[in-house]
Design a protein around this ligand. Structure first.
Ligand code: FAD
Length: 373
């Protein structure tokens, strides 16, 4: 016998967890299906921290960050835990990038400090600067593992069914809804949220039954290897983004770097080096020495507050659209929730709400996030 719920959610990373939270909170009967165990490290949402910022070059994301703040507080309230800390965030490096961020903050009415490199180093001796610097007091950090756990726990408290170690093998059209097939059961639902991260293409992309109904943008799945260094005594790091590239017309993109303090773990550093992932099935989580050496070299030049003799690294998946926008849209009974491109976590509860509204029959009004039918 197939079991019927209002909405199925595939994938319990940050986005599936928060979609499940919001749907269950609205009284929908839902089941959250995740192929791995709770708290696994194979996707994009694991690790202690992520940067939170309102400072964006694209005002769409400044507005989305602003929308997310009261929802972060709501999730914190539901789960009785602190998730978002607005302790400030720095952007520095290439002047044109910092100018655009400044214009975005001015347009949205946010305050900021613009500093020269010497004044910035005096204020944050843990970092070196060579160019434009902007501090946004509304940025900060969110606690990633804790967020996923809080959303799952709160979804369950609102009545969601949770099924870990349950891989979805197929999603098929069925009547006015969908059939979702796992190894031991077929589920029926009015709609399904596909928040499957790097696996989205396999479920509803070109290889699936849905290729005749809609086409996803081309998705690149890559890996990054963020590291944590111990922090030298009396040093502190704000959340930081280093725009180490010249993006004037015709210039080649070199790379960017970002990081923040993770309590008890040290200072994080992520270099925007994207390694292609050939297979999601055979992927190992082995540490890449070339990437590790590049991180240490970067820290010697730019992070004087980091103790590079004490370092740990993890691997993390990125799913990227050609224009770096998200995919958040509904076609028929399928809602695709893929806030890819390496910057989605800060919006987690807002994306959960948007996705849940789409699953409950709402319409997507942002053209940037649409799927073409
Ligand atoms: C190194 C790194 C640093 C980042 N830093 C930041 C940052 O500082 N700030 C920020 O805002 N964002 C950041 N991001 C981006 C952010 O972490 C991601 O946007 C977000 O975690 C994506 O979550 P997700 O739920 O879409 O994907 P995932 O976390 O990958 O979740 C997808 C889930 O679906 C499950 N799944 C897939 N297929 C199936 C199936 N067939 N059946 C059942 N389950 C399935 C997977 O197992 C997985 O658990 C960073 C990302 C990375 C990788």
């Amino acid at each position: 016998m197939a079991e019927r719920v209002d909405v199925l959610v595939v994938g319990a990373g940050a986005m599936g967890a928060s979609s499940a939270w919001w749907l269950a909170k609205q009284g929908r009967s839902i089941a959250l299906l995740e192929q791995f165990e709770r708290g696994h490290v194979n996707g994009s949402s694991h690790g202690q921290t992520r940067i939170f910022r309102v400072a964006y070059r694209d005002p769409i994301y400044t507005a989305l960050a602003a929308q997310s703040i009261p929802l972060w507080r709501e999730l914190e309230h539901d789960a009785e835990t602190m998730l978002l800390e607005q302790s400030g965030q720095l952007d520095h490096g290439f002047t044109a990038a910092i100018d655009e961020i400044e214009a975005g903050l001015l347009g949205a009415g946010y305050s900021f400090d613009r500093l020269d490199p010497d004044a910035a180093h005096e204020r944050w001796p843990a970092l070196n600067f060579d160019n434009a610097v902007l501090f946004s007091p509304d940025g900060g950090r969110v606690f990633a593992d804790r967020t996923v756990d809080a959303a799952i726990t709160s979804a369950q408290a609102h009545g969601a069914q949770l099924h870990f170690n349950t891989a979805v093998r197929a999603i098929e059209p069925r009547g006015d809804g969908v059939a979702v097939v796992t190894d031991d059961k077929t589920w029926h639902a009015g709609s399904v949220v596909v928040s499957a991260g790097a696996w989205v293409e396999g479920l509803v992309g070109r290889q699936s039954a849905w290729r005749n109904y809609f086409s996803l943008p081309t998705l690149a799945v890559t890996e990054q290897q963020p590291v944590h260094f111990a922090i030298k005594p009396d040093m502190e790091f704000p959340s930081y983004i280093h725009h180490v590239f010249d993006d004037s017309p015709g210039a080649a993109l070199r790379f960017g770097a970002y990081g923040l303090e993770s309590p008890g773990e040290g200072v994080k550093l992520g270099l925007e080096t994207h390694r292609p992932v050939k297979s999601l099935v055979d992927r190992t989580l082995a540490i890449d020495q070339v990437d590790l050496d590049a991180s240490i070299e970067y820290a010697h030049r730019w992070l004087p507050g980091a103790d590079t003799s004490k370092v740990s690294a993890v691997r993390c998946l990125f799913t990227t659209t050609p224009d770096a926008h998200f995919i958040l849209d509904r076609i028929g009974p399928i809602v695709v929730c893929s806030p890819c491109s390496g910057h989605g976590f800060k919006f987690t509860p807002a994306i959960g709400k948007i996705t849940a509204e789409l699953a409950m029959g709402g319409e997507q009004r942002r053209p940037e996030w649409r799927i073409s039918a």
